[in-house]
Ligand binder design. Structure first.
Ligand code: GAL
Length: 430
C-alpha cells in the first residue's frame, strides 16, 4: 500500500549501471584528501546558466565567500538545461583525473552512479557533525545516501510536473484546466485552445530532458505514483496499457505544440507561454524562478496547476552538490562550500530565485511565493516520486536510455519501439 507522505525513491540501480564515464578511481577517499595547494580557490560546476539559475547560484557563491573572505570562486557552469552537457564535460574531467572542487548532482539514482564509479567523497562526517539529517524530511535525507553513507548535500527540492498556463489565452478560448479532469480533460482543453486559433502547447526540447519530463508526467498521471515507482524495481512494465496510453497522449500533445520545439530551450518555451504564444507549458518549477526573473507576474502573465491526473503526485527533482573522491584541488574550500549549502537562510534566499523549496525544514518559507507554499504542501501530503528525466528514479545509464528513447520517439512516433527499448533496459540495466 502506498504511504502518501513517503518519498518512494527507487534505488534499483545495480553496479552495472555505472556512470557514463568511469574514472577507474580507487575506493572513495575520505572527504578532505587533497592533492592540491591552497584553500583560497574553489571551482564549482553546474548547469545553472539561465537568468534565474545564475542568480540563484550567485546566492550560494556570495554565501561561501562570506564564510571564507578572500576565497576566489570559479563558476565553471556549462550551459544546457537538465545538465546533459555539463555532465558530459564533468565525465571527461573525471576521466582525466582533473575534477572541479564540487559539482551539481541529483540525489538517489544519479548520485549512486557516481558512488558506484568511486567518484564522489563520503561526506558522512559532515552530516554527523552538523546533525543535518534531523534538519530535513527523512526521505529527502535518505535520498542523499547510498548504503547508509552520505555523499551529497541538498540545496533545494524542485517539483517536475507542473503545468504552467497563460490565463488570457485560456480565457480567450473559454477553457479552464481542471487537474481533476485528468489527461483526457487536458487534451480536450488543448484542442479547444487550438480551435480558438492559438498554439496550445509551448515546448522547448532543444535539451531532450524537457520532452522526457513531459512524457514522464503523462506516465505518472496515467499509471499512478505506485506503478511509476515500480517501473524501477521491475514490478511494473513499460508494456502496461497505461504506459501505452501515455505514449499516445504524448504523441497527441506533441502534435499540439509549437513546430520549432526542438530548436528552443526550456526557458524560451516558458517565456513564450507567458508572452501568450500558447496556452500551456509543462516544466519543473525552475520555470517559476525563470518567469519571475523575466519580469512576468504570477497570476497575471502566468498561472499553474499540478499536472492533471487522479492523484496529487509530486515529481521530486532534487539539487545538491558533491565533491570528488580523488584529486580534489581545494579540499577545505570544497567542504566550506557544502557546509554553506546547509545554511537555512541561504536555502531560503536561493529558493526565492530558483523556484524550488528549501531542503531543510528549518529554513523560513513564509516569505516565499504562493506557488512555493503550494509546492511545500504537496511535498508534505502528496504522493512523492522521483524523476527519471533527471536520473533520480534510476541511475545514469537507465536515464540515458530513456532520454534516447524519447528522442527517437519524437522522430518516429513508434510506440512499440519505445516500449521495446525500455523493456530491454529494465531487464539489463536495473
Ligand atoms: C534540473 C535541475 C534544475 C534546473 C533544470 C533546468 O536538472 O534540477 O535545478 O536547473 O535542470 O536546467
Amino acid at each position: 500500500m502506498r504511504a502518501p507522505n513517503k518519498l518512494r525513491i527507487s534505488l534499483a540501480v545495480t553496479a552495472a549501471a555505472s556512470l557514463i564515464a568511469v574514472t577507474g578511481c580507487s575506493a572513495n577517499a575520505p572527504a578532505g584528501s587533497s592533492t592540491g595547494g591552497g584553500s583560497d580557490k574553489l571551482e564549482i560546476t553546474s548547469w545553472w546558466t539561465s537568468g534565474s539559475e545564475a542568480d540563484a547560484l550567485n546566492v550560494l557563491i556570495d554565501g561561501v565567500k562570506k564564510s571564507s573572505p578572500g576565497l576566489s570562486v570559479d563558476n565553471a557552469a556549462v550551459s544546457g538545461g537538465g545538465g546533459a552537457n555539463a555532465r558530459q564535460a564533468l565525465a571527461a574531467r573525471l576521466q582525466a583525473g582533473s575534477p572541479p572542487d564540487a559539482w551539481q548532482v541529483h540525489p538517489a539514482g544519479q548520485l549512486k552512479s557516481y558512488v558506484d564509479g568511486g567518484q564522489v567523497a563520503d561526506l558522512t562526517d559532515l552530516w554527523t557533525e552538523g546533525n543535518w539529517a534531523s534538519q530535513m524530511p527523512k526521505d529527502v535525507a535518505e535520498a542523499q545516501q547510498v548504503d547508509g553513507k552520505y555523499y551529497t548535500v541538498p540545496i533545494g527540492v524542485h517539483r517536475g510536473n507542473v503545468l504552467w498556463t497563460n490565463p488570457s489565452v485560456l480565457s480567450k478560448a473559454n477553457v479552464k484546466i481542471d487537474p481533476a479532469a485528468g489527461v483526457d480533460g487536458l487534451i480536450s482543453s488543448l484542442k479547444q485552445v487550438q480551435a480558438s486559433g492559438t498554439t496550445p502547447v509551448c515546448l522547448g526540447d532543444k535539451d531532450i530532458f524537457a520532452s522526457a519530463q513531459l512524457l514522464e508526467s503523462l506516465i505518472m498521471s496515467r499509471a499512478g505514483a505506485d506503478n511509476w515507482t515500480k517501473l524501477f524495481t521491475n514490478e511494473y512494465s513499460f508494456d502496461a496499457p497505461e504506459v501505452k496510453q501515455a505514449l499516445a497522449d504524448y504523441k497527441a500533445i506533441l502534435s499540439l505544440a509549437n513546430k520549432d520545439h526542438s530548436a528552443i530551450t526550456w526557458d524560451e518555451a516558458a517565456k513564450k507561454m507567458a508572452d501568450g504564444d500558447c496556452a500551456v507549458n509543462l516544466m519543473g518549477d525552475w520555470a517559476y524562478g525563470e518567469l519571475l526573473n523575466a519580469g512576468k507576474k504570477p497570476g497575471q502573465d502566468f498561472a499553474w496547476v499540478s499536472f492533471p491526473g487522479k492523484e496529487d503526485i509530486f515529481d521530486y527533482v532534487g539539487d545538491g552538490f558533491s565533491i570528488p573522491a580523488n584529486n580534489i584541488p581545494h579540499a577545505e574550500a570544497a567542504r566550506t562550500w557544502v557546509k554553506t549549502l546547509m545554511d537555512p537562510k541561504i536555502q531560503t534566499e536561493f529558493a526565492a530565485k530558483k523556484g524550488s523549496i528549501p531542503a531543510v525544514t528549518s529554513a523560513d518559507i513564509s516569505g516565499l511565493s504562493a506557488y512555493q507554499q503550494e509546492a511545500a504542501k504537496s511535498l508534505a501530503s502528496g504522493a512523492v516520486v522521483s524523476s527519471l528525466a533527471h536520473a533520480q528514479a534510476a541511475g545514469a545509464e537507465f536515464a540515458q536510455t530513456y532520454a534516447d528513447a524519447v528522442s527517437t520517439f519524437n522522430g518516429s512516433s513508434n510506440i512499440d519501439a519505445f516500449i521495446a527499448s525500455m523493456t530491454q533496459a529494465q531487464k539489463t540495466q536495473l
